[in-house]
Write a protein that binds this ligand. Structure first.
Ligand code: NAD
Ligand code: MG
Length: 392
């Protein structure tokens, strides 16, 4: 039987890489549903090629445009226009696996739907876990879902950890998340205010979506990944460490109680963790090139400079505060990055918005999706106010 896959965010960087891996294994996988925000041309092409049963767009206008063009091209994909369309394609009884590759908190609700329906959930959308944390993991347990990390660092740790999670607490000392350091690793902190969106989105090793590119440049990406790791691997915040490794060959490491360290290595290509998640525990061809050790000059490591990357430490701060604090941090950062990308905020002010929002929004412990989304909205409003004041 072929595995039927829903790809949420199929027109993004991770979505496209996922379809690339799927296309290499037509005997194993078929596409059940695709979703995108606004990119009608690209999702139309993907529908023509992969023939999914359903497609979903983020607005009624884009959904109608896609439906008209599918019809004109005689492609038999149905566009679902319901309010809960993403949840439907994430939890449909005919779906085996869901690739969660939407960017931001917008992906939380379909992730919860897939988890509650007991799907194999391939998680690239780290913000969903940063926002949902405890609720997300409870949905995975109660729904009997299989959660497989796609973020390369978390895939690396998942591959290095013993197979039985019941043994982790006794065996694992800590984990070491590697970070590229982004494009401004060596830039003097005084000059960060002049950085443009174009410079921030030019990552040295990867082509990624714009939001994660900015997060990599501020190292807020690593801050979100520290929080992601806390939930995925049930670790105390102090057990999670970060080390800069510019070559991105070691994707992360696990240190055990006896001081032995296991690392996962490979070329920096997201198709590797995607193929790993799709096939686990089997292994399939990913399309990535093999690591050529003879051509590797050196693997180097550095500590993260707190002056250059002040946002990194907000992760431990948020994890040690009330449970909703990580959701507030994520919301603030989404608003700040958006303001920076639309040139309403300077690069160095992203951190100022995050910090001021954490101070402005009272701490709380949301116990339902509704209260979590309320807190998210409250934090977005607070962050927008701070950003407007800074920009003035
Ligand atoms: P991207 O911007 O390239 O793609 C995002 C996708 O989500 C697009 O298909 C877009 O249409 C869709 N989308 C955006 N907003 C939406 C909304 N409100 N409703 C519905 N759909 C929406 O981003 P990306 O780089 O592919 O990253 C996706 C996720 O994976 C992010 O959470 C990112 O942190 C994570 N991730 C990405 C990489 C990478 O190399 N790109 C690596 C690790 C983790
Ligand atoms: Mg990562």
């Amino acid at each position: 039987m072929k595995q039927r896959i829903t790809v949420l965010g199929s027109t993004g960087s991770i979505g496209k890489s996922t379809l690339d891996v799927i296309s290499r294994h037509p005997e194993r996988y078929e596409v059940f549903a695709l979703s995108a925000a606004t990119q009608v041309d690209l999702i139309l092409e993907q529908c023509a090629r992969f023939r999914p049963r359903f497609a979903v767009m983020a607005s009624a206008q884009h959904a109608q445009e896609l439906a008209d063009r599918l019809k004109a091209n005689q492609i038999p994909t149905s566009v679902i226009q319901a309010q809960d369309a993403l949840e439907l394609i994430a939890s449909h009884q005919d779906v085996d696996a869901v690739m969660a590759a939407i960017v931001g908190a917008a992906g939380l609700s379909p992730c919860l739907a897939a988890a509650r329906a007991g799907k194999r959930l391939l998680l690239a959308n780290k913000e969903a876990l940063v926002v949902g944390g405890a609720m997300f993991m409870r949905a995975v347990r109660e729904g009997g879902a299989t959660l497989l990390p796609i973020d390369s660092e978390h895939s690396a740790i998942f591959q290095c950890l013993p197979e039985d999670p019941a043994t982790w607490a006794q065996r694992v000392d800590s984990i070491l998340l590697t970070a590229s350091g982004g494009p401004f690793r060596q830039r003097s902190p005084e000059t960060l205010s002049a950085i443009t969106p174009e410079q921030a989105c030019a990552h040295p090793n990867f082509s990624m979506g714009r939001k994660i590119s900015v997060d990599s440049a501020t190292m807020m990406n690593k801050a979100l990944e520290v929080i992601e790791a806390r939930w995925l691997f049930d670790l105390a915040p102090e057990q999670i460490k970060v080390v800069i490794h510019p070559q991105q060959i070691i994707h992360s490491m696990v240190q055990f109680k006896d001081a032995s360290i296991l690392a996962q290595l490979g070329t920096p290509d997201m198709r590797v963790p995607i193929a790993c998640g799709l096939a686990w525990p089997e292994r399939i061809e990913s399309g990535a090139s093999r690591l050529d050790f003879g051509a590797l000059a050196a693997l180097t490591f550095e500590d993260a400079d707190a002056r250059r990357f002040p946002g990194l430490h907000l992760s431990w701060h948020a994890l040690n505060a009330a449970e909703g604090t990580t959701a507030v941090l994520n919301a603030a950062n989404e608003v700040a990055v958006d303001a920076f990308l639309s040139r309403r905020l300077r690069f160095d002010q992203i951190h100022a918005v995050n910090l001021a929002t954490l101070e402005a929004v009272p701490s709380s412990k949301p116990d339902s999706l509704e209260s979590l989304l309320d807190l998210d909205a409250q934090a977005r409003q607070a962050a927008a106010n701070v950003a407007a004041t800074l920009a003035a």
